[in-house]
Design a protein around this ligand. Sequence first.
Ligand code: 3H9
Length: 678
Amino acid sequence: MTSPIRTERHDDVLVIISDNPPVNALGQAVRQGLKDGVEEAMGDDAIKAVVIRCDGRTFFAGADITEFGKPPQGPNLPETLDAMEAGDKPVVAAIHGTALGGGCEVALACHYRVAVPSAKLGLPEVKLGLIPGAAGTQRLPRVVGVEAALPMVVNGNPIPAAKAEAIGLVDKIVGEDSLEADAIAFAREQIGKPVPRSSEGTAHEDGVKNPDLFDEFRARNARKIRGFDAPDAAVKAVKAATERPYAEGVKKERELFTGLMSGTQSAAMRHYFFAERAANKIDNVDPKTPLIDIQKVGVIGAGTMGGGIAMNFLSAGIPVTILEMKQDALDRGTGVIAKNYERTAKKGRMKPEQVEQAMGLLNPTLDYADLADCDLVIEAVYENMDVKKEVFAKLDETVKQGAILASNTSYLNIDEIAQATKRPGYVLGLHFFSPANVMKLLEIVRGAETRDDVLLTSMKLAKKIGKVAVVAGVCDGFIGNRMLSPRQKQANELIMEGAKYWEVDDVLLEFGFPMGPFQMADLAGIDIGWHRDPSKVTTIREALCAAERFGQKNGKGFYDYDEARQRTPSEEVQAIIADFARKEGTEQRDISKDEIRERLLYPMVNEGAMILDEGMAQRASDIDVVWINGYGWPLYTGGPMFWADTVGLDTIVAGLEKHGLPVSEYLRRKAEAGERFN
Ligand code: 3H9
């Protein structure tokens, strides 16, 4: 097999080039080639300097994740990089694209780094449940200081070249189209000078002088990193750089890295990495199918959902015509959009001119005729089949042929909606999650007749507006809400049987969800859909409304809220629940946290199994992507189906049986065969 690494001589400079598509991951052959290239340079007196660069779309984007978990094959990255740094001939990293993880560590082991303006550098290992493992946590703080290194290592977000230059990670920004020539010239300028070695840098002394930096950073990021093991290890590793000599720090990094690599969190997060990419692929659809050009989008309904949906496109520079029935609703809707943008600008996440640009692309209207030239129209009106059918029939008449008509319904039958038009092939579901301008998930619901180009175009568009899209089949609640339903049912039954509602919430919080069902109800408003008659009380929710407990909005719902919105369980509510149980003849008993967890989560796995069996999700990992992005399922468990694999499907089946809950044939079969979902 030919090596992905080649060398080219430019007089006294040796250029080592990697060509390992798609992202120049540092697999075994690349590491071997790099090692050989460095040896070639060091052993040749005619070579005075070295440049390392990559062909294709990016500098090394990190270690090859597909090698993780397999027996290691030498040479390993740390030893390759140590040999490179140890030499006296200047080595220059010439960076374009994204120098990530191990790739950033290659750059750090080089004596110098030059980058094109569009390049990005980062250590995203925490997003895979890891920390850098080739001395990145020890070299980086010695180059840029602890204060600049901590967010890079602990949060894992890449930084642009200009910022990298500002903190001293990049020595020079070079021409976007002249990277190699500029890097060779730069390398030549360094010949004869003593080489700066990152491992000998002193910038980390900011953390030696002020060790409080670490605790302060932890406190500032507490919410973001709750439950994750890797960020904590990342802080420890950077701290080691300030407390120990370099070689000792590297040892500490290795120990932490190895611990994480063998743990379940990293396995789960690596699973998620590939799951998100797999979700992009649609079975039985030729990826080369020509796409429909989307220049202009229409949105029906300027309420919370419609407004949020519109913002996605406006922010991506796509004009939106938004339609309402009445002028005041239209004005209210556009006002909310403007306010949301202003708030974002105030937080510094958008420039005023960007707000102006986005708002300039918004065209509010009361007239269906204004939607005629849209390429895609998304309906976000009231969840009622008759209303939706009426809207789609009208859209079919007004909007040009060849345009896509989508419904944002969260559970209604897309095929039935499509039949209201004469173009069912152009109809599909685009199910956004609230707040639609923030939440990453988009369920793309494929109707029986949805055309391949309509589906592929929607997938591509989702990526353009920054969404993570998953294809779902037509069934009640699609993937996400369909699985939420058995959890909600259990939550309600548990509190009737004696579990405290705050314990139900706490079990999910402890599991890693941002909130439980009763906190969620308080946040959304208990009175949603209430008939407003306090004398008619047939459910716990109605009883809460009758007692004027409407949720967070009036300071009391399931919980009592103080001014800082801190929740305290309410005795009044507990009495209401107990009263209901008595009236229904349900005997209340103590229920353990284990039982609560099993009864909430196992039925979801069972529903997920049925979704798979019916072909409503293309693959188990798609279900994981839905729940992680749309419902706060903790990423570090890999999603419901991956988590079920780690628990063991036989344990899930036994748990369901123990609690008298249904077990689908598919789940039982898989458990009996000792199989996994993923
Ligand atoms: C590390 O470095 C640990 C070290 O510290 C330890 C050393 C001892 N490996 O995302 P895309 C595949 S940990 C293998 O669609 P984009 C990806 O699966 C690593 N494969 O493209 C996909 O395959 P497919 C730290 C990889 O342009 C294809 O490449 N590095 C890797 O939207 C295209 O990917 C990271 O965490 C990899 N490292 O985004 C960076 N990376 O076509 C991870 C990608 O079959 N990567 N693939 O579906 C990324 O963030 C993005 O891929 C990147 C490109 C920004 C590079």
